[in-house]
Design a protein around this ligand. Sequence first.
Ligand code: ADP
Ligand code: MG
Length: 474
Amino acid sequence: MEVSYGTVWNDCLDVIRENVGEENFNTWFKPISPLRVDGDVLTIQVPSQFFYEWLEDNYVPVLKKAIHTVLGPTGRLEYSVVVDSGNRQSPPVAVNYPANGAGNRRSAVNTNGFSDDYSPFQFKALNPQTVNSRLNPTYSFDNFVEGDCNRLARSAGVAVAKKPGITSFNPLMLYGGVGVGKTHLVQAIGNEIKANMPNKVVLYVDQNDFTNQFLNALQNHKLQDFQNFYLQVDLLILDDVQFLAGREKTQEMFFHIFNQLHQSGKQIIMTSDCPPRDLKGFQERLLSRFKWGLTADLQEPDFETKLAIINRKMLADGIQIPTEVSEYLAYSVDTNLRDMEGVLNSMIFHATLLKKEIDLELAKEVLKNIIKEIQSDVSVDFIQKTVSEYFKVDLDAMKGKVKKREIVIPRQVAMYFCKRYTQLTLALIGENFGGRDHSTVIHALESVEDMMKTDPNFKSSVEELGKKLKLRVS
Ligand code: ADP
Ligand code: MG
Protein backbone atom coordinates (compact mmCIF):
# COMPACT_ATOMS: atom_id res chain seq x y z
CA MET A 1 0.00 0.00 0.00
CA GLU A 2 1.29 3.39 -0.93
CA VAL A 3 1.51 5.68 2.11
CA SER A 4 1.69 9.38 1.60
CA TYR A 5 4.53 11.00 3.49
CA GLY A 6 2.35 14.04 4.06
CA THR A 7 -0.20 11.94 5.90
CA VAL A 8 2.44 10.11 7.92
CA TRP A 9 4.03 13.36 9.00
CA ASN A 10 0.68 14.94 9.82
CA ASP A 11 -0.14 11.98 12.02
CA CYS A 12 3.23 12.37 13.73
CA LEU A 13 2.55 16.05 14.24
CA ASP A 14 -0.69 15.20 16.02
CA VAL A 15 1.26 13.09 18.50
CA ILE A 16 3.97 15.72 18.87
CA ARG A 17 1.49 18.53 19.42
CA GLU A 18 0.06 16.67 22.38
CA ASN A 19 3.49 16.36 23.93
CA VAL A 20 5.11 19.75 23.47
CA GLY A 21 3.73 23.19 24.18
CA GLU A 22 2.25 25.24 21.38
CA GLU A 23 5.17 27.66 21.23
CA ASN A 24 7.69 24.89 20.97
CA PHE A 25 5.54 23.19 18.42
CA ASN A 26 5.47 26.30 16.26
CA THR A 27 9.17 27.00 16.63
CA TRP A 28 10.57 23.53 16.19
CA PHE A 29 8.07 21.41 14.34
CA LYS A 30 6.19 23.68 11.99
CA PRO A 31 9.28 24.50 9.93
CA ILE A 32 9.88 20.81 9.23
CA SER A 33 8.66 19.38 5.96
CA PRO A 34 8.28 15.69 5.21
CA LEU A 35 10.34 14.46 2.25
CA ARG A 36 9.49 10.80 1.76
CA VAL A 37 8.45 7.54 3.32
CA ASP A 38 10.47 4.54 2.34
CA GLY A 39 9.19 1.35 3.99
CA ASP A 40 9.17 2.24 7.67
CA VAL A 41 11.61 5.12 7.33
CA LEU A 42 10.27 8.63 7.30
CA THR A 43 12.60 11.35 6.05
CA ILE A 44 12.01 14.89 7.20
CA GLN A 45 13.75 18.02 6.09
CA VAL A 46 14.97 20.45 8.73
CA PRO A 47 16.16 23.95 7.89
CA SER A 48 19.63 23.87 9.38
CA GLN A 49 22.29 21.96 11.25
CA PHE A 50 21.49 23.88 14.39
CA PHE A 51 17.85 23.00 14.11
CA TYR A 52 18.74 19.36 13.73
CA GLU A 53 21.00 19.40 16.75
CA TRP A 54 18.35 21.12 18.79
CA LEU A 55 15.80 18.47 17.90
CA GLU A 56 18.28 15.75 18.73
CA ASP A 57 19.17 17.26 22.07
CA ASN A 58 15.66 18.05 23.15
CA TYR A 59 13.03 16.09 21.30
CA VAL A 60 14.27 12.58 20.66
CA PRO A 61 11.79 10.92 23.03
CA VAL A 62 8.87 12.81 21.49
CA LEU A 63 9.99 12.06 17.96
CA LYS A 64 10.44 8.41 18.80
CA LYS A 65 7.02 8.23 20.33
CA ALA A 66 5.45 9.84 17.27
CA ILE A 67 7.26 7.60 14.82
CA HIS A 68 6.45 4.46 16.77
CA THR A 69 2.83 5.41 17.08
CA VAL A 70 2.45 6.10 13.38
CA LEU A 71 4.88 3.67 11.73
CA GLY A 72 5.02 0.92 14.35
CA PRO A 73 7.91 -0.27 16.53
CA THR A 74 10.31 -0.66 13.61
CA GLY A 75 9.65 2.86 12.40
CA ARG A 76 12.68 5.04 11.90
CA LEU A 77 13.34 8.67 11.26
CA GLU A 78 15.88 10.17 8.93
CA TYR A 79 16.79 13.81 8.74
CA SER A 80 17.77 15.76 5.74
CA VAL A 81 19.53 18.90 6.83
CA VAL A 82 19.36 21.77 4.41
CA VAL A 83 22.90 22.98 4.28
CA ASP A 84 22.86 25.25 1.33
CA SER A 85 19.63 24.99 -0.55
CA GLY A 86 20.89 27.23 -3.35
CA ASN A 87 23.90 25.12 -4.18
CA ARG A 88 23.05 22.76 -6.95
CA GLN A 89 26.44 21.11 -6.80
CA SER A 90 25.94 19.60 -3.40
CA PRO A 91 22.62 18.10 -2.48
CA PRO A 92 21.40 18.62 1.05
CA VAL A 93 23.21 16.43 3.49
CA ALA A 94 21.15 13.70 5.07
CA VAL A 95 22.02 12.45 8.50
CA ASN A 96 20.18 9.53 9.96
CA TYR A 97 19.60 7.95 13.25
CA PRO A 98 17.36 5.02 14.07
CA ALA A 99 14.50 6.21 16.24
CA ASN A 100 14.41 2.88 18.03
CA GLY A 101 18.13 2.76 18.57
CA ALA A 102 20.19 4.89 20.86
CA GLY A 103 18.79 7.95 19.21
CA ASN A 104 22.30 9.23 18.99
CA ARG A 105 23.03 11.78 16.35
CA ARG A 106 26.72 11.29 16.66
CA SER A 107 26.46 7.89 15.13
CA ALA A 108 25.04 9.79 12.19
CA VAL A 109 25.64 8.40 8.75
CA ASN A 110 26.73 10.93 6.23
CA THR A 111 25.15 10.23 2.90
CA ASN A 112 26.40 13.25 1.10
CA GLY A 113 27.47 11.33 -1.97
CA PHE A 114 30.69 10.17 -0.35
CA SER A 115 32.29 6.98 -1.37
CA ASP A 116 33.14 4.76 1.57
CA ASP A 117 36.87 5.17 1.16
CA TYR A 118 36.41 8.65 2.47
CA SER A 119 35.46 7.57 5.95
CA PRO A 120 38.17 8.81 8.29
CA PHE A 121 37.84 5.65 10.30
CA GLN A 122 38.89 3.30 7.56
CA PHE A 123 42.00 5.07 6.50
CA LYS A 124 45.43 4.22 7.63
CA ALA A 125 47.66 5.34 4.78
CA LEU A 126 46.25 7.31 1.90
CA ASN A 127 47.02 6.45 -1.66
CA PRO A 128 47.02 9.65 -3.75
CA GLN A 129 45.89 7.74 -6.81
CA THR A 130 42.85 6.17 -5.27
CA VAL A 131 41.79 8.67 -2.65
CA ASN A 132 38.46 10.26 -3.38
CA SER A 133 39.30 13.95 -3.67
CA ARG A 134 35.67 14.90 -3.98
CA LEU A 135 36.46 17.21 -6.83
CA ASN A 136 34.00 17.91 -9.58
CA PRO A 137 35.99 17.53 -12.80
CA THR A 138 33.79 19.99 -14.67
CA TYR A 139 35.37 22.90 -12.79
CA SER A 140 38.52 24.06 -14.49
CA PHE A 141 40.53 27.23 -15.05
CA ASP A 142 39.67 26.96 -18.73
CA ASN A 143 36.00 27.41 -18.13
CA PHE A 144 36.44 30.00 -15.40
CA VAL A 145 35.97 33.33 -17.13
CA GLU A 146 38.41 35.98 -16.04
CA GLY A 147 37.21 39.52 -15.34
CA ASP A 148 38.05 42.48 -13.17
CA CYS A 149 35.79 40.98 -10.56
CA ASN A 150 37.97 37.92 -9.99
CA ARG A 151 41.38 38.68 -11.50
CA LEU A 152 43.42 38.70 -8.29
CA ALA A 153 41.75 35.61 -6.88
CA ARG A 154 42.20 33.77 -10.15
CA SER A 155 45.89 34.66 -10.49
CA ALA A 156 46.53 33.60 -6.91
CA GLY A 157 44.72 30.36 -7.70
CA VAL A 158 46.89 29.77 -10.75
CA ALA A 159 50.05 30.45 -8.74
CA VAL A 160 49.00 28.04 -6.00
CA ALA A 161 48.09 25.40 -8.55
CA LYS A 162 51.61 25.62 -10.01
CA LYS A 163 53.41 25.48 -6.67
CA PRO A 164 51.15 24.26 -3.90
CA GLY A 165 52.55 24.94 -0.43
CA ILE A 166 55.55 26.77 -1.82
CA THR A 167 54.22 30.27 -2.55
CA SER A 168 53.49 32.71 0.23
CA PHE A 169 49.81 32.28 -0.61
CA ASN A 170 49.35 29.79 2.18
CA PRO A 171 46.66 29.66 3.28
CA LEU A 172 44.82 31.04 0.31
CA MET A 173 41.57 32.51 1.52
CA LEU A 174 39.00 33.42 -1.10
CA TYR A 175 35.90 35.26 -0.10
CA GLY A 176 32.84 36.73 -1.75
CA GLY A 177 29.04 36.55 -1.88
CA VAL A 178 26.81 33.81 -3.20
CA GLY A 179 27.56 32.51 -6.67
CA VAL A 180 30.63 34.61 -7.42
CA GLY A 181 32.63 31.49 -8.31
CA LYS A 182 34.47 30.58 -5.09
CA THR A 183 33.69 26.88 -5.27
CA HIS A 184 34.41 26.81 -8.99
CA LEU A 185 37.80 28.43 -8.52
CA VAL A 186 39.01 26.32 -5.59
CA GLN A 187 37.88 23.16 -7.33
CA ALA A 188 39.74 24.27 -10.46
CA ILE A 189 42.91 24.58 -8.37
CA GLY A 190 42.34 21.10 -6.95
CA ASN A 191 41.73 19.58 -10.37
CA GLU A 192 44.81 21.21 -11.83
CA ILE A 193 47.06 19.95 -9.03
CA LYS A 194 45.59 16.49 -9.20
CA ALA A 195 46.19 16.35 -12.94
CA ASN A 196 49.76 17.67 -12.85
CA MET A 197 51.00 16.20 -9.59
CA PRO A 198 49.58 12.72 -9.25
CA ASN A 199 51.54 12.04 -6.07
CA LYS A 200 49.79 14.73 -4.12
CA VAL A 201 46.81 13.90 -1.97
CA VAL A 202 44.17 16.47 -2.81
CA LEU A 203 41.04 16.82 -0.73
CA TYR A 204 38.03 19.07 -1.10
CA VAL A 205 35.63 19.24 1.85
CA ASP A 206 32.93 21.65 2.69
CA GLN A 207 32.62 22.68 6.29
CA ASN A 208 29.62 20.48 6.77
CA ASP A 209 31.46 17.30 5.78
CA PHE A 210 34.31 18.30 8.03
CA THR A 211 32.03 18.99 10.97
CA ASN A 212 30.07 15.77 10.55
CA GLN A 213 33.18 13.66 10.30
CA PHE A 214 34.63 15.35 13.31
CA LEU A 215 31.51 14.74 15.41
CA ASN A 216 31.51 11.17 14.23
CA ALA A 217 35.12 10.69 15.23
CA LEU A 218 34.53 12.34 18.58
CA GLN A 219 31.66 10.03 19.36
CA ASN A 220 33.54 6.94 18.28
CA HIS A 221 36.76 7.83 20.05
CA LYS A 222 38.54 7.99 16.71
CA LEU A 223 39.97 11.47 16.89
CA GLN A 224 43.46 10.18 16.31
CA ASP A 225 42.39 8.45 13.11
CA PHE A 226 40.57 11.55 12.04
CA GLN A 227 43.70 13.63 12.50
CA ASN A 228 45.92 11.09 10.85
CA PHE A 229 43.68 11.15 7.87
CA TYR A 230 43.80 14.91 7.48
CA LEU A 231 47.50 15.18 8.18
CA GLN A 232 48.26 13.08 5.11
CA VAL A 233 46.63 15.56 2.80
CA ASP A 234 48.90 17.72 0.61
CA LEU A 235 46.23 20.14 -0.54
CA LEU A 236 43.31 20.73 1.77
CA ILE A 237 40.41 22.75 0.42
CA LEU A 238 37.82 23.77 2.99
CA ASP A 239 34.81 25.42 1.39
CA ASP A 240 32.54 27.87 3.22
CA VAL A 241 34.43 28.11 6.51
CA GLN A 242 32.02 30.75 7.76
CA PHE A 243 29.75 27.92 8.84
CA LEU A 244 32.30 26.79 11.41
CA ALA A 245 31.23 29.84 13.38
CA GLY A 246 30.39 29.00 16.96
CA ARG A 247 31.57 25.39 16.66
CA GLU A 248 34.36 25.55 19.14
CA LYS A 249 35.44 21.94 19.22
CA THR A 250 35.46 21.68 15.45
CA GLN A 251 37.48 24.88 15.22
CA GLU A 252 39.90 23.50 17.77
CA MET A 253 40.48 20.46 15.65
CA PHE A 254 40.79 22.50 12.49
CA PHE A 255 43.28 24.79 14.21
CA HIS A 256 45.42 21.80 15.05
CA ILE A 257 45.26 20.29 11.56
CA PHE A 258 45.88 23.69 10.03
CA ASN A 259 49.05 24.23 12.06
CA GLN A 260 50.45 20.81 11.33
CA LEU A 261 49.77 21.01 7.62
CA HIS A 262 51.09 24.53 7.38
CA GLN A 263 54.27 23.66 9.24
CA SER A 264 55.00 20.79 6.92
CA GLY A 265 54.52 22.97 3.85
CA LYS A 266 51.14 21.61 2.81
CA GLN A 267 48.76 23.93 1.01
CA ILE A 268 45.51 25.05 2.57
CA ILE A 269 42.77 26.80 0.66
CA MET A 270 39.61 28.15 2.20
CA THR A 271 36.56 30.06 1.08
CA SER A 272 34.26 32.24 3.07
CA ASP A 273 31.37 34.58 2.45
CA CYS A 274 33.20 37.51 4.05
CA PRO A 275 36.77 38.60 4.81
CA PRO A 276 38.38 37.00 7.88
CA ARG A 277 38.06 40.22 9.88
CA ASP A 278 34.27 40.08 9.57
CA LEU A 279 33.91 36.41 10.47
CA LYS A 280 31.94 36.16 13.67
CA GLY A 281 31.95 33.30 16.16
CA PHE A 282 35.57 32.33 15.50
CA GLN A 283 38.43 31.94 17.90
CA GLU A 284 40.83 34.83 17.49
CA ARG A 285 43.85 32.59 17.06
CA LEU A 286 42.19 30.78 14.19
CA LEU A 287 41.27 34.06 12.53
CA SER A 288 44.83 35.26 12.79
CA ARG A 289 45.98 32.08 11.00
CA PHE A 290 43.54 32.79 8.20
CA LYS A 291 45.40 36.03 7.58
CA TRP A 292 48.83 34.46 7.31
CA GLY A 293 48.75 33.90 3.58
CA LEU A 294 46.78 35.72 0.94
CA THR A 295 43.22 36.86 1.22
CA ALA A 296 41.54 37.71 -2.08
CA ASP A 297 37.98 38.61 -2.85
CA LEU A 298 35.70 37.77 -5.71
CA GLN A 299 33.24 40.48 -6.62
CA GLU A 300 29.90 40.27 -8.33
CA PRO A 301 30.68 39.88 -12.01
CA ASP A 302 30.42 42.97 -14.17
CA PHE A 303 28.37 43.07 -17.34
CA GLU A 304 31.16 41.92 -19.71
CA THR A 305 32.14 39.02 -17.50
CA LYS A 306 28.55 37.91 -17.22
CA LEU A 307 28.22 38.08 -20.98
CA ALA A 308 31.31 35.95 -21.44
CA ILE A 309 30.08 33.42 -18.88
CA ILE A 310 26.74 33.16 -20.63
CA ASN A 311 28.29 32.69 -24.06
CA ARG A 312 30.78 30.13 -22.83
CA LYS A 313 28.17 28.08 -21.04
CA MET A 314 25.82 28.06 -24.04
CA LEU A 315 28.63 27.22 -26.47
CA ALA A 316 29.74 24.35 -24.23
CA ASP A 317 26.27 22.94 -24.79
CA GLY A 318 26.57 23.57 -28.51
CA ILE A 319 24.08 26.41 -28.57
CA GLN A 320 24.50 29.69 -30.38
CA ILE A 321 22.77 32.48 -28.60
CA PRO A 322 21.94 35.78 -30.35
CA THR A 323 23.80 38.76 -28.89
CA GLU A 324 20.62 40.58 -27.98
CA VAL A 325 19.55 37.60 -25.90
CA SER A 326 22.82 37.21 -24.01
CA GLU A 327 22.88 40.94 -23.36
CA TYR A 328 19.32 40.89 -22.16
CA LEU A 329 20.15 38.06 -19.73
CA ALA A 330 23.33 39.72 -18.50
CA TYR A 331 21.31 42.84 -17.72
CA SER A 332 18.28 41.17 -16.25
CA VAL A 333 19.61 38.42 -14.03
CA ASP A 334 21.16 40.58 -11.39
CA THR A 335 20.93 38.32 -8.37
CA ASN A 336 23.85 35.92 -8.75
CA LEU A 337 25.55 33.48 -11.08
CA ARG A 338 23.87 30.48 -9.59
CA ASP A 339 20.53 31.91 -10.57
CA MET A 340 21.96 32.70 -13.97
CA GLU A 341 22.89 29.08 -14.32
CA GLY A 342 19.28 28.10 -13.61
CA VAL A 343 18.07 30.48 -16.28
CA LEU A 344 20.59 29.21 -18.83
CA ASN A 345 19.73 25.58 -18.08
CA SER A 346 16.11 26.34 -18.67
CA MET A 347 16.95 28.04 -21.99
CA ILE A 348 19.01 25.01 -23.00
CA PHE A 349 16.11 22.76 -22.08
CA HIS A 350 13.72 24.75 -24.23
CA ALA A 351 16.13 24.88 -27.13
CA THR A 352 17.19 21.24 -27.19
CA LEU A 353 14.22 19.29 -25.93
CA LEU A 354 11.35 21.50 -26.93
CA LYS A 355 13.14 22.58 -30.12
CA LYS A 356 12.29 26.22 -29.55
CA GLU A 357 14.32 28.92 -31.17
CA ILE A 358 16.37 30.96 -28.73
CA ASP A 359 15.18 34.50 -29.09
CA LEU A 360 14.31 37.44 -26.92
CA GLU A 361 10.76 36.24 -26.52
CA LEU A 362 11.86 32.88 -25.14
CA ALA A 363 14.39 34.55 -22.85
CA LYS A 364 11.70 36.80 -21.42
CA GLU A 365 9.33 33.91 -20.91
CA VAL A 366 11.95 31.80 -19.14
CA LEU A 367 12.97 34.70 -16.99
CA LYS A 368 9.42 35.50 -16.04
CA ASN A 369 8.89 31.97 -14.79
CA ILE A 370 12.20 31.54 -13.09
CA ILE A 371 12.80 34.91 -11.53
CA LYS A 372 9.72 34.50 -9.40
CA GLU A 373 11.23 31.42 -7.86
CA ILE A 374 14.58 33.01 -7.26
CA GLN A 375 14.78 33.78 -3.61
CA SER A 376 18.19 35.12 -3.11
CA ASP A 377 19.22 35.43 0.49
CA VAL A 378 18.47 38.78 1.99
CA SER A 379 21.37 39.79 4.16
CA VAL A 380 21.19 40.46 7.88
CA ASP A 381 22.53 43.96 7.26
CA PHE A 382 19.76 44.70 4.82
CA ILE A 383 17.12 43.41 7.22
CA GLN A 384 18.51 45.44 10.11
CA LYS A 385 18.70 48.59 8.03
CA THR A 386 15.22 48.22 6.58
CA VAL A 387 13.64 47.44 9.94
CA SER A 388 15.37 50.32 11.74
CA GLU A 389 14.33 52.75 9.01
CA TYR A 390 10.79 51.49 9.09
CA PHE A 391 10.46 51.93 12.85
CA LYS A 392 12.59 55.09 12.79
CA VAL A 393 15.01 53.87 15.43
CA ASP A 394 18.76 54.17 15.52
CA LEU A 395 20.39 51.24 13.74
CA ASP A 396 23.24 50.83 16.21
CA ALA A 397 20.92 50.98 19.18
CA MET A 398 18.77 48.32 17.59
CA LYS A 399 21.77 46.06 17.05
CA GLY A 400 23.05 46.75 20.56
CA LYS A 401 21.95 46.20 24.10
CA VAL A 402 19.46 49.02 24.75
CA LYS A 403 16.48 47.65 26.68
CA LYS A 404 13.91 50.36 25.94
CA ARG A 405 10.68 48.99 24.60
CA GLU A 406 10.73 51.21 21.50
CA ILE A 407 14.06 49.65 20.57
CA VAL A 408 13.38 46.12 21.78
CA ILE A 409 10.38 45.56 19.53
CA PRO A 410 12.11 46.56 16.29
CA ARG A 411 15.04 44.39 17.35
CA GLN A 412 12.75 41.41 17.84
CA VAL A 413 11.11 42.05 14.50
CA ALA A 414 14.51 42.19 12.81
CA MET A 415 15.45 38.87 14.44
CA TYR A 416 12.17 37.43 13.28
CA PHE A 417 12.94 38.38 9.67
CA CYS A 418 16.50 37.09 9.97
CA LYS A 419 15.04 33.73 10.89
CA ARG A 420 12.56 33.82 8.04
CA TYR A 421 14.72 35.18 5.25
CA THR A 422 18.23 33.97 5.95
CA GLN A 423 19.78 30.58 6.52
CA LEU A 424 21.41 31.68 9.74
CA THR A 425 21.13 29.57 12.86
CA LEU A 426 19.51 31.09 15.91
CA ALA A 427 22.90 31.38 17.57
CA LEU A 428 24.31 33.35 14.65
CA ILE A 429 21.30 35.62 14.50
CA GLY A 430 21.97 36.34 18.18
CA GLU A 431 25.60 37.13 17.33
CA ASN A 432 24.43 39.79 14.93
CA PHE A 433 22.42 41.52 17.61
CA GLY A 434 25.05 42.37 20.18
CA GLY A 435 26.16 38.81 20.89
CA ARG A 436 22.94 37.50 22.35
CA ASP A 437 22.39 33.81 22.73
CA HIS A 438 19.95 31.63 20.86
CA SER A 439 17.37 31.52 23.65
CA THR A 440 16.98 35.29 23.38
CA VAL A 441 16.33 34.86 19.68
CA ILE A 442 13.76 32.17 20.33
CA HIS A 443 12.09 34.47 22.81
CA ALA A 444 12.06 37.25 20.20
CA LEU A 445 10.46 34.99 17.61
CA GLU A 446 7.80 33.95 20.08
CA SER A 447 7.07 37.53 21.13
CA VAL A 448 6.65 38.66 17.55
CA GLU A 449 4.32 35.77 16.79
CA ASP A 450 2.31 36.48 19.93
CA MET A 451 2.02 40.19 19.21
CA MET A 452 0.95 39.45 15.68
CA LYS A 453 -1.87 37.34 17.05
CA THR A 454 -3.07 39.95 19.50
CA ASP A 455 -2.36 43.27 17.81
CA PRO A 456 -3.71 43.74 14.28
CA ASN A 457 -1.78 46.98 13.77
CA PHE A 458 1.46 45.33 14.67
CA LYS A 459 0.60 42.44 12.40
CA SER A 460 0.04 44.69 9.41
CA SER A 461 3.31 46.53 10.10
CA VAL A 462 5.19 43.27 10.09
CA GLU A 463 3.47 42.18 6.91
CA GLU A 464 4.27 45.47 5.23
CA LEU A 465 7.90 45.12 6.24
CA GLY A 466 7.90 41.58 4.95
CA LYS A 467 6.78 42.90 1.57
CA LYS A 468 9.50 45.55 1.54
CA LEU A 469 12.13 42.93 2.22
CA LYS A 470 10.69 40.64 -0.38
CA LEU A 471 10.61 43.32 -3.06
CA ARG A 472 14.33 43.28 -2.93
CA VAL A 473 14.22 39.51 -3.26
CA SER A 474 12.22 39.35 -6.46
P1 ADP B 1 30.14 30.33 -4.93
O1 ADP B 1 30.86 29.10 -4.47
O2 ADP B 1 30.96 31.57 -4.85
O3 ADP B 1 28.82 30.51 -4.30
P2 ADP B 1 30.05 28.90 -7.44
O4 ADP B 1 31.49 28.62 -7.62
O5 ADP B 1 29.19 27.78 -7.01
O6 ADP B 1 29.84 30.15 -6.49
O7 ADP B 1 29.51 29.53 -8.82
C1 ADP B 1 28.13 29.51 -9.19
C2 ADP B 1 28.00 29.13 -10.64
O8 ADP B 1 28.54 30.17 -11.46
C3 ADP B 1 28.79 27.89 -10.99
O9 ADP B 1 28.05 27.14 -11.90
C4 ADP B 1 30.06 28.40 -11.61
O10 ADP B 1 30.58 27.48 -12.55
C5 ADP B 1 29.58 29.67 -12.27
N1 ADP B 1 30.65 30.67 -12.30
C6 ADP B 1 30.97 31.55 -11.32
N2 ADP B 1 31.99 32.34 -11.68
C7 ADP B 1 32.33 31.96 -12.92
C8 ADP B 1 33.32 32.38 -13.85
N3 ADP B 1 34.17 33.40 -13.58
N4 ADP B 1 33.37 31.76 -15.05
C9 ADP B 1 32.52 30.76 -15.33
N5 ADP B 1 31.56 30.31 -14.52
C10 ADP B 1 31.46 30.89 -13.32
MG1 MG C 1 30.37 27.70 -2.98
